[in-house]
Design a protein around this ligand. Structure first.
Ligand code: NAD
Length: 500
């Protein structure tokens, strides 16, 4: 019998009351694992009211004590790592080591947020004028919300709620309805760690819940991560409602391979970054851009056998599986359809994983690794974010052409260059219009104490995720000018005070 999942509101599991549910699958078997309740406006409102009522006392708790809750949360994540990873793999399909990485990358943001008391210190000018002190405070926004995608069901929720809570906000998390179990477990752990009920709420749902969040007057800020069309929609509607909004969207990440690169290293990098997590990563490398025909020939020759021998399987098959199934049957059909289209548009399918079948898992969403060569910018497989285990090779005749291909792409999340030449690398990282750049590093996801964010259509709004930017996003500045009697002048002043 399938389980009915819940929401988590006011520190308790709450059954869905809208009467709408969506199925949550095990992507390896195609079986329905659970039903996810899809909240309507009333359920969102109940969560917001809980959050709004709990927030002032949490904001008044001294930042060191709030940080201690995060410290305890980190310990609980470590204690429950295997349980979380198993639940994550079961609903998402990624391998267990990759699921542990998903939890760990979120944990590292929680760890960074333990430093909140330091990051929340304001600025102070002693003696800004006669008897005048000037200082700024960083105050929480109140209730913030996060809307997150299916592909990192542990990490991205934590990127959102850890800094929000550390800053003294209450939080409404609307995770992906495709793998909602881990976000619910995270909320339980945060309660166990000592966050008061109502400070972290999980409302499951789809567009109806998102719209209710965007329209709710008590929600001051919304952070979103997902595909670009929805990111744009959330940004536009949230901004129109007067909220602070930051939305992170899709990607098409290029990796340039220069003729002087260590090709074996580049091949290792492309195989891991192109096919890890079945390519369902916003920082996956989906386009390899070798410079020069000879580099391209050698690269494709080395890549092909590696792609053919990738080990694909369910997370239960052991730790040496390279990647698992796609999230849903719809995702499988979409990726397969794009590969078909690439072939019909004239790209050369060097490795064809379309007919991959796994005995005993015939209903799973498995597709084998696919490798295209001679992809052009006018092809659909280039224009679309495929979000599957499909790597396209685009041959460039020069460094300038490779750079232009990367820069002309509408997305700007991540990119990388593989070269031994410092000058070329330096030129690339200075000129490229992409938010996260790797030099001989294929997936340059910054660590928790730096910030994460793309450029171009990979982002709407300013400020990045985690790192110091998160503390700016989840607080607002109040600046105080104070004058005490010794500095008070007599008489009214009718012109604007200046320092002249
Ligand atoms: P998605 O856009 O389908 O869903 C993201 C969230 O939006 C989910 O919570 C979903 O319930 C909600 N949503 C879906 N349709 C909606 C609608 N019509 N109106 C309102 N809300 C809606 O994305 P996904 O498939 O879950 O995730 C994959 C995408 O996320 C990829 O494009 C990937 O590149 C992107 N992503 C980006 C980053 C980043 O930091 N830039 C990180 C991870 C994933």
């Amino acid at each position: 019998m399938t389980r009915d999942l819940t929401h988590f509101i006011g520190g308790e599991h709450v059954k869905g009351s809208s009467g709408r549910f969506s199925d949550v699958y095990n992507p390896a078997t195609g079986e329905v694992e659970a039903r996810c309740p899809l909240a309507g406006a009333e359920e969102v409102r109940a969560a917001v009211e809980n959050a709004r009522d709990a927030q002032p006392a949490w904001a008044a708790t001294n930042p060191q004590r709030r940080a201690r809750v995060l410290m305890k949360f980190v310990q609980l994540l470590q204690r429950d790592m295997d349980r979380l990873a198993e639940a994550l793999s079961r609903e998402h399909g990624k391998t267990l080591p990759d699921a542990r990485g998903d939890v760990q990358r979120g944990l590292e943001v929680a760890e960074f947020c333990i430093g909140a008391p330091h990051l929340l210190k304001g600025e102070y000018t002693d003696g800004a004028g006669p008897g005048i002190d000037l200082f700024s405070l960083r105050q929480p926004l109140g209730v913030a919300a996060g809307i997150t995608p299916f592909n990192f069901p542990a990490m991205i929720p934590m990127w959102k709620f850890c800094p929000a809570l550390a800053c003294g906000n209450a939080f409404i998390l609307k995770p992906s309805e495709r793998d909602p179990s881990v976000p619910l477990m995270l909320a339980e752990l945060m309660l166990e760690a000592g966050a008061p009920p109502g400070i972290l709420n999980v409302v499951n749902g789809d567009k109806a819940a998102v719209d209710a969040i965007l329209d709710d007057e008590d929600i001051a800020a919304v952070g979103f991560v997902g595909s670009t069309p929805i990111a744009h929609y959330v940004y536009s509607r949230g901004c129109a409602a007067g909220k602070r909004v930051q939305c992170f969207g899709g990607a098409k990440n290029h990796m340039i391979v220069m003729p002087d690169a260590d090709l074996d290293q580049a091949v290792d990098a492309l195989v891991g970054a192109g096919y890890g997590a079945a390519g369902e990563r916003c920082m996956a490398v989906s386009v390899a851009v070798p410079v020069g025909e000879e580099t391209a020939d050698r690269l494709v020759e080395k890549l092909a056998p590696r792609v053919e021998s990738l080990k694909i399987g369910p997370y239960t098959a052991g730790e040496d599986v390279d990647f698992g199934p796609l999230i849903t049957d719809a995702a499988y059909r979409r990726v397969r359809g794009l590969v078909d289209q690439g072939v019909s548009e004239g790209a050369e399918l060097v490795v064809d994983g379309r007919d991959f079948r796994l005995q005993g898992y015939e209903n799973g969403n498995f597709i084998g690794g696919c490798l295209f060569d001679r992809v052009r910018t006018d092809m659909e497989i280039y224009k679309e974010e495929i979000f599957g285990p499909v790597l396209s090779t685009m041959r460039a005749s020069s460094y300038e052409e490779a750079l232009k291909i990367t820069m002309d792409n509408e997305y700007g999340n991540g990119t990388a260059i593989f070269t031994r030449d410092g000058d070329t690398a330096r030129n690339f990282l200075n000129r490229v219009n992409v938010g996260m750049v790797g030099v001989n590093v294929p997936i340059p996801v910054p660590l928790a104490y730096h910030t994460f964010g793309g450029w171009k259509k990979s982002v709407f709004g300013d400020l990045n995720q985690h790192g110091p930017d998160a503390f700016r996003f989840y607080t607002r500045t109040k600046t105080v000018t104070a004058r005490w009697p010794s500095g008070v002048k007599e008489g009214a002043d009718f012109s604007i005070p200046t320092m002249e």
